[in-house]
Design a protein around this ligand. Structure first.
Ligand code: DAH
Length: 346
């Protein structure tokens, strides 16, 4: 049959053409050429009208077979091209996991902040809250309401930076006590106040014109000196270890009566006496006492109804003792070789 002859060789022709097809656009074009409305198959079918039924049947079967073969060839070519695209993509996006990574310089928590965080953790766990106050303070709150009137000789203990006769850079965190008492108007208080303080000192290994303190104040009914001792013993255990002990020595602060100096047993010799503790077995860490009646009265508290204790510690001092740091200036030089050493500590 004439028509069938026309279809002979069409598969080979497609094979040949597919050899040059290497992308999906070209494949689409080729598919249209062979299987589209103007393609050879369609032409043959269009001429079927004049054929006998027998011949139509034969031609129909034959052309269906050919159409299927052509479609299969095109489909397998499509698969081949798509596989190639994927493997090219995989090749170009390959990650070499053996290459060295990009190193980030991760900082660490500053040891002073670590100490403050440790103190906050401890005291919050004992029911305290954290209070703060301004670093530019009034003479009234920093001294007068703490029982240090103008001209009081105990003011000499703290060389203060004055901005004018009434304003100063706070030389201690104790004014936060005053602020809190005025705010609470006679109600019980349980706070710690960490923060920066300033003194007109010449910087050396143990002095810095700016340093940090952490103040504590507990006011309530029947608060005693033994409560103070308990609060500070917990601190010594948390900061220096469970094996440490503390002792209270009589001292003087205008805002407390009685006042004490608090020592922690020496961690180097265990209390026997060594060069670090100058043979005494004890190291001084902070000042404390029972809040002076005058201080209570001046901020609206009745000492007959409510009393309590206060303490104030140097954050640098605690940190230096804890990590055996011998020069306070290390905290403020920002030398990464110093700071790096605290990456692992906790
Ligand atoms: N403010 C004192 C100082 O800077 C430390 C201190 C001592 C604070 C006794 C207190 C305290 O609250 O009760 O030297």
């Amino acid at each position: 049959m004439e028509e069938i002859k026309e279809l002979d060789g069409i598969e080979e022709q497609l094979d040949k053409e597919l050899e040059n097809v290497d992308d999906l656009n070209k494949l689409q074009q080729t598919k249209a050429n062979f299987l589209g409305k103007k393609g050879p198959l369609a032409q043959v079918m269009a001429n079927m009208r004049n054929l006998t039924i027998e011949a139509k049947k034969e031609l129909g079967m034959k052309s269906n077979q050919i159409r299927k073969n052509l479609e299969d060839k095109i489909e397998s070519k499509r698969q081949e091209i798509e596989d190639l695209i994927i493997s090219k993509k995989l090749e170009s996006e390959k990650i070499d996991v053996t290459l060295p990574g990009v190193k980030f310089n991760v900082g660490s928590i500053h040891p002073l902040n670590q100490t403050i965080m440790d103190l906050e953790d401890l005291y919050i766990s004992m029911g305290y809250t954290v209070a703060t106050g301004p670093e530019i303070e009034t003479d009234e709150y920093c001294f007068e309401k703490l029982n240090l009137p103008k001209g009081h000789p105990a003011r000499d203990m703290q060389d203060t930076f004055y901005i004018n006769p009434e304003l100063l850079l706070r030389s201690q965190t104790s004014p936060v006590q005053v602020r809190k008492m005025l705010e609470e108007e006679g109600k019980p208080i349980k706070i710690i106040c960490p923060g920066k303080v300033y003194r007109r000192d010449s910087d050396d290994a143990t002095h810095s014109h700016q340093f940090m303190q952490c103040e504590g104040l507990v006011l309530g009914k029947d608060i005693t000196l033994s409560d103070l001792k308990g609060a500070l013993l917990e601190m010594a255990h948390k900061m220096f270890g469970e094996d440490r002990n503390i002792r209270l020595r009589p001292s003087f602060f205008p805002f407390t009566e009685p006042s004490v100096e608090v020592d922690v047993s020496c961690g180097i010799c265990g209390g026997k006496g060594c060069p670090t503790c100058k043979g005494s077995g004890w190291i001084e860490v902070l000042g404390a006492g029972m809040v002076n009646d005058n201080v209570l009265r001046m901020s609206g508290y009745d000492p007959q109804k409510i009393q309590g204790f206060a303490f104030g510690m140097g954050v640098e001092r605690i940190t230096m003792l804890k990590y055996k740091i011998d020069d306070i200036r290390n905290f403020y030089l920002n030398d990464v070789r110093f700071l790096d050493q605290f990456k692992e500590v906790k």
